[in-house]
Design a protein around this ligand. Structure first.
Ligand code: SAM
Length: 260
């Protein structure tokens, strides 16, 4: 997958994209992050990429010309492929967007700065605005890196085990249960006994119950969506399903009390 990134700070990327799992994906040729310095396409002697906003207001706005020319340098076909503008005005990035992007051979990300980008850039290049959350950052570089990291996990071969990309909090429909590793006892704190008992069926039941509790407390809307999806619990015995139903009823009652 080739990801073109238009930025005025290309040097911000390598500490993230050249390390760890992303770095290995790059070495294996699974991902190519093509950094394009918008400043290389400026025509004035100060290499300015911004100007004052029409209509007044504080701050500066990124000008169209260097971004247009940087995009044109990517070739004719680039407009037909997704171009995303990292922006707090966008729809918040979710799994549906990642699923769509991981199918692409190539897409482009524009990182904004100052007060943002001249609207004609977004209109002409059919850019989709993508936010990483309801807060304001100083530039689009960190959001772009968040998107690149999140999408890369779904590219076959990037993770050691392809299965594990989906088997995570949120993507599974619930938040993950608490995790433990060795030692079994640390400073007087013990790992829950069930996890070292070796009974995989009971461990699965325990993990589901813990996930349900965690999700209902922290993300009640996710808990309700999971229930609305009528989850398949047939792998559990009748008695275990009864236990699960009792827990779910208890959590729903609690959720109702919080809302009241
Ligand atoms: C200071 S922000 C501009 C905010 C803009 N004036 C507004 O109110 O929508 C500068 C740049 O940071 C990036 N940015 C800031 N917060 C972001 C977020 N939550 N998600 C994605 N990009 C963000 C965008 O690229 C944006 O152009």
């Amino acid at each position: 997958m080739k990801i073109n990134v238009l930025t005025t700070f290309p040097e911000m990327f390598s500490p993230v994209t050249d390390q760890s799992i992303l770095g290995k994906a790059g070495e294996k040729g699974l991902i190519e992050v093509n950094l394009i310095n918008i400043r290389d396409y400026t025509l004035d002697k100060h290499n300015a990429t911004d100007d004052t906003p029409f209509g007044g207001g504080c701050g500066m706005v990124m000008t169209p010309q260097p971004i247009f020319d940087a995009l044109k340098s990517l070739g004719e076909g680039i407009k037909a492929k997704p171009i995303l503008y990292m922006s707090p005005r966008g729809k918040v990035m979710d799994k549906a967007l990642l699923d769509e992007l991981c199918e692409q051979e190539e897409f482009t990300i524009l990182c904004g700065h100052y007060e943002g980008v001249d609207q004609r850039v977004l209109d002409h290049w059919n850019m989709r605005e993508v936010s990483i959350g309801d807060y304001i950052l100083t530039g689009g570089e960190l959001p772009a890196m968040v998107l690149i990291d999140a999408v890369s996990r779904f590219i076959p071969g990037v993770l050691g085990n392809d299965e594990s990309a989906e088997d995570e909090s949120i993507y599974s429909g619930l938040l993950e249960a608490d995790q433990y590793t060795r030692p079994r006892e640390y400073e007087g704190m013990e790992v829950p006994e069930i996890l070292s008992g070796g009974n995989h069926h009971l461990i699965k039941l325990w993990k589901l119950k813990e996930s349900l509790k965690k999700t209902a407390y922290v993300r009640p809307e996710m808990f309700r969506a999971w229930l609305d999806g009528e989850p398949d619990l047939t792998e559990f015995t009748k008695a275990e399903r009864k236990e699960l139903k009792a827990l779910i009823d208890e959590l729903l009652e609690l959720d109702k009390k919080i809302l009241e």
